[in-house]
Design a protein. Structure first.
Length: 352
């Protein structure tokens, strides 16, 4: 499998990665290549990356997919390697979560593409680490490291949860979010437009017994709104462990945990059965680049998971070429609303 540029930069320096090595937020299968010289562990926030690592042979006990590192696997590391995330707040979160598991004198490494903001992020390493500096640069990427000389503050997930009361399209509820989750700490304009449109929609008469899927659940705002509006149980799907945890916390904060089924999944691969309603504000980025393959695969696969006359609601930036993808999968669509740079699309599962 082809490695991305940050991993290729790490490969130039891999002689230094010995002992117990933890990769936080890996982007590809590079960690597996170090197995011959180090005890490698991965903490993935992406289900897709975790599955890639499993396919190339990284054992279950060396991989963890979750919102926090599972310290039961191993307590202390000689090296922690973090791939620069898109959200700067997520870097702070990853640092806070991993530094308590770095040995005294151990090294933390930060690698990323220049466009990811890794150059400005290095200052975030200077408070918890010593001797921070650039190690290497190539392929438009930078690699920094620093040493842990003092005691790291114990990590507490609760310190990183943002909670607020949200009033959206006639429903009021508590939302919870974690750094790195889409729309962290606020209701984004696209989701607001979608919920306003759904508030006007005439749901089926027995909707409380319907099957509803929120694809790309984020902090759970769409899922929570749908549950409040319809009384139905909700299946909430995301590739991100952080998003799934945020949605779990959101439902718990509203005393609705029993109404939620979490689905960790890369696309619709882990979805079982058919749904009366699929609602989504889908991701359209891989890293920092627009990626139509995510949406294209979703629209092709969603047809297999809609009941006859089952309904699909999609909100997206209006510049994205989603209408022809929806039409190719489901025959036709309606544009229900446009505004604030977004569009809401609707389609139904047609008779064969």
């Amino acid at each position: 499998m082809t490695l991305n540029p940050p991993s290729l930069l790490l490969a130039r320096n891999e002689a230094q990665f010995t002992g117990n090595v933890l990769f936080a937020n890996p982007e590809d299968t590079y960690p597996q290549t170090l197995m011959s010289q180090a005890n490698v562990y991965t903490w993935c926030q992406s289900k897709a990356v975790d599955e890639q690592l499993a396919r190339v042979g990284l054992a279950d006990e060396q991989r963890h997919f979750g919102a926090e590192w599972d310290a039961g696997r191993i307590e202390a590391f000689d090296h922690v390697i973090i791939y620069q995330p898109k959200a700067k707040e997520l870097l702070d979160y990853l640092l806070a979560a991993t530094l308590p598991h770095l040995k005294q004198g151990g090294q933390l490494w930060l690698v990323g593409d220049n466009k990811s903001g890794v150059k400005s992020s290095v200052k975030r390493l200077t408070a918890p680490l010593e001797e921070v500096g650039k190690v290497d640069s190539a392929k438009h990427c930078l690699l920094f490291n620093g040493y842990l000389r003092g005691e790291a503050k114990p990590f507490a997930l609760n310190d990183w949860i943002t909670r607020w009361q949200e009033d959206a399209a006639g429903q009021s509820f508590t939302l919870c979010s974690i750094p790195g989750v889409f729309g962290h700490g606020k209701l984004d304009k696209g989701t607001a437009l979608l919920l306003e449109q759904l508030e006007q929609h005439r749901f089926m008469s027995d909707v409380a017994n319907a099957r509803l899927l929120d694809f790309g659940c984020g902090d759970g705002v769409i899922s929570m709104w749908l549950h409040k509006r319809t009384g139905a149980n909700i299946s909430a799907l995301d590739d991100s462990a952080l998003a799934l945890k945020a949605t779990e916390l959101t439902f718990a904060a509203n005393d609705a945990s029993e109404a939620l089924t979490l689905v960790p999944s890369n696309g619709l691969s882990e979805v079982k059965g058919r749904f009366n309603y699929v609602i989504t504000n889908p991701p359209f980025h891989t890293g920092i680049s627009t990626d139509y393959s995510i949406a294209e695969r979703f629209f092709i696969d969603v047809k297999k998971h809609l009941t006859l006359n089952g309904e699909l609601f999609v909100v997206a930036n209006d510049f994205l070429r989603y209408p022809p993808l929806i039409d190719a999968a489901l025959g036709k669509h309606q544009t229900l609303n446009k505004g604030r740079g977004f569009a809401v699309y609707h389609a139904r599962q047609q008779k064969p």
